[in-house]
Write a protein that binds this ligand. Sequence first.
Ligand code: ZN
Length: 106
Amino acid sequence: MSEQGPQARGTTVRAALEAALAAAPEQGLTARELSAAVGIPEKDVAEHLVHLEKSLKAAGGRLVVLPAECLACGFIFRDRKRLTRPGACPECRATRIEPPAFRVER
Ligand SMILES: [Zn+2]
């Protein structure tokens, strides 16, 4: 097994994500900000966060999700399970959505 395998790479990425999230400001970091901080595609961030959330839980920590918000009507996506940005607002159908942000609590 090479150290460049996908598993080792994933572990390294998640460690970097966790470090970025632990140092995140009160308002959290979005997937875009995390992708820039860690050097992975924005579309891959949510999947890594799902795994990170599990390992944090096992270690007594918590991934804090600051929910997405519709910029048109102010609807807040509180009950959303997925960590990606919603495509459209269920209330007003607008597609200008402030993405969810994340940080880590221990
Ligand atoms: Zn809306």
